[in-house]
Design a protein around this ligand. Structure first.
Ligand code: BTN
Length: 245
C-alpha cells in the first residue's frame, strides 16, 4: 500500500448489509480503509453461502485495497489475510491453524472465514471472526467455534481487530514487494491441511487425496492416485476426511 495506512480510515456502522459491499461502494475511500459493522443483515460467506453475523459478538470487517498484483496473484491476498488472522489469534494464546486456503480453525473448528471480492481495481478483503459467540446451532455446531467457546473468556474485539490489521499490513507489504514465496514457510508451518487425508470437492466431482505441501504460489500439493497435483484456491474446496480439517 502506498497511500494511507490501515486503520487511518475506519468506517463504522451499527448495522449494515455487508461490510464488503460498504468497502466496494465507498467512492472516495483511500486504500487501507477499514469498514466495520456491529451486525450484518446480509453477511456473505464463500460459495454464495450466508455468513452468520446478525449479532454483535464478532469482528465483521473489510479492508479496501487497490492491489497492483496480476489477476492470478489476487487469491494470494486471501491466503495472506488468513495468515494474519491466524498469527493474531495465536498471540492471544490459542493453537490456531489455517485450513487451506484461508479458514482459521481452532481444535478443527472454524473460527474465521475470509471472502475477498473484486470490482474493477478494488478488492474488499472481508474478514469474519467469531469472537464472543456463545453457541452455534444446526450444522454449524459441528464445524464452527469462537474464541469464547474455546476459552470461556470474553475478548476485547477492538484490541484483536488492531492486531489483525497490524499483522495484515506487515504481511501484505511482503506479498506486494517480494511475493508469496516469502510468506510460504510461515504459512505452511501454520497450515493444518498439510499432512492430512482430504476430500477434494469440485463442482461436479469429489475425490480423496493426501495433502503434502504448499507451493511458493500458495497452491496445495496433493497426492491423488499416486500422482502429484496442485490445487489453486478459488477453484476447489477441501475437507478433512476425518473432520472439517
Ligand atoms: C467464509 O464463508 O468462510 C467467508 C466469510 C466471510 C465473512 C466476512 S464478515 C465481513 C465481510 N462481510 C461479508 O459480508 N463477508 C465478510
Amino acid at each position: 500500500m502506498n497511500t494511507s495506512k490501515l486503520r487511518e480510515n475506519v468506517f463504522y456502522k451499527e448495522e449494515t448489509v455487508s461490510t464488503n459491499n460498504d468497502a466496494m461502494d465507498a467512492e472516495q475511500a483511500a486504500e487501507g480503509s477499514i469498514f466495520l459493522a456491529e451486525r450484518q443483515t446480509g453477511g456473505k460467506g464463500s460459495k454464495g453461502r450466508v455468513w452468520q453475523s446478525e449479532t454483535g459478538d464478532g469482528i465483521w470487517m473489510s479492508i479496501l485495497l487497490f492491489p497492483k498484483l496480476s489477476p492470478e496473484d489476487i487469491p494470494k491476498i486471501t491466503l495472506t489475510a488468513g495468515l494474519a488472522v491466524c498469527k493474531a489469534i495465536r498471540k492471544k494464546g490459542f493453537a490456531a491453524e489455517i485450513k487451506w486456503p484461508n479458514d482459521v480453525v481452532i481444535s478443527g473448528k472454524k473460527v474465521c472465514g475470509i471472502l475477498a471480492e473484486k470490482r474493477e481495481k478494488k478488492v474488499a478483503v472481508g474478514i469474519g471472526i467469531n469472537v464472543n459467540t456463545e453457541k452455534f446451532d444446526g450444522e454449524l455446531k459441528q464445524r464452527a467455534t469462537s474464541l469464547y467457546m474455546e476459552s470461556g473468556k470474553i475478548f476485547e474485539r477492538e484490541e484483536l481487530l488492531n492486531s489483525v490489521a497490524d499483522e495484515f499490513e506487515e504481511l501484505y507489504k511482503i506479498l506486494c514487494e517480494k511475493g508469496f514465496s516469502h510468506l510460504r514457510d510461515t504459512y505452511k508451518a501454520m497450515c493444518a491441511t498439510v499432512g492430512k487425508k482430504i476430500k477434494v470437492i469440485l463442482p461436479i466431482d469429489a475425490y480423496e487425496a493426501e495433502a503434502t505441501d504448499i507451493t511458493a504460489e500458495g497452491e496445495l500439493v496433493i497426492l491423488h492416485d499416486g500422482k502429484e497435483e496442485r490445487l489453486c484456491s478459488g477453484e476447489v474446496s477441501v475437507r478433512g476426511i476425518y473432520g472439517y480439517v
